[in-house]
Design a protein around this ligand. Structure first.
Ligand code: DX5
Ligand code: ZN
Length: 218
């Protein structure tokens, strides 16, 4: 599968976001991962649709919006209008409403993705596999960048990828978020992920382009 790298702007300079996303595009990123936190679903508050709208003119790359919010359904339309290309919603926030919300997101012609936290079993998103354009597996506890990758995520990825394959969705994008480094990217991909979010790894890099390319396994 095509490996895609989604740098998280959570690790970027918030005073200079437009130029940052431009640079990420020049350095070979595939998507821009936007971590939206509401201070409720997770303790910190980051930014909302306004930020997405303001960085939109600076890049042609898809804006991958990860909503760590308690009531994602109330914000979907704002993110669509702001120019989001992918919207990820947590099953821990949406419960039985996850699949209907994925359908709603897709009606806006935006890609819909379902996310699970580290303590949520893979089985909890099996019912999203048919409807989703992407699945997002958290490999750290959401809320902060710079944490260590939780190794149990690998088994979860294997389980999810094999469920997708068995159900005719072997080509479904599976994104991993948290603690991705140049050292562990290979085993994460081998376990079944093909979209890698990387915050600190990309923003701490001496050579952003080389790091993005190594994360992609090149
Ligand atoms: C955590 C966020 C991640 C985070 C990843 O809640 O969802 O996207 O920015 O950061 P790193 O790559 O530093 O673990
Ligand atoms: Zn994220």
């Amino acid at each position: 599968m095509n490996i895609k790298i989604a740098p998280s702007i959570l690790a970027a300079d918030f005073a200079n976001m437009g130029e940052t996303v431009k640079k990420l595009e020049q350095c070979g990123a595939d998507l821009i991962h936007c971590d939206v936190m509401d201070g409720n679903f997770v303790p910190p508050i980051t930014f909302g649709a306004q930020m997405v709208k303001q960085i939109r003119p600076f890049t042609l790359l898809p804006l991958d919006c990860h909503l760590m919010t308690l009531h994602p359904q109330t914000h979907v339309e704002d993110f669509v209008k702001a120019g989001a290309d992918v919207i990820s919603v947590h099953v821990e926030a949406c419960g039985k409403n996850t699949v209907p919300l994925l359908r709603e997101i897709k009606q806006y012609n935006v890609k819909a993705s379902a996310v699970i936290n580290p303590e949520t079993d893979a089985e909890q998103i099996f019912d999203c596999v048919e409807e989703a354009d992407m699945l997002l597996v958290m490999s750290v506890h959401p809320g902060w960048g710079g944490q260590k990758f939780i190794p149990e995520t690998l088994a979860k990825l294997e389980k999810l990828r094999s469920f997708c394959v068995k159900n005719g969705r072997g080509d479904l994008d599976i994104e991993v978020d948290g603690g991705v480094t140049e050292e562990n990217a290979g085993e994460i991909v081998a376990a079944g992920a093909n979209v890698l979010v990387a915050g600190s790894t990309v923003f701490r890099a001496a050579d952003m382009r080389a790091t993005i390319s190594r994360l992609r396994g090149e």
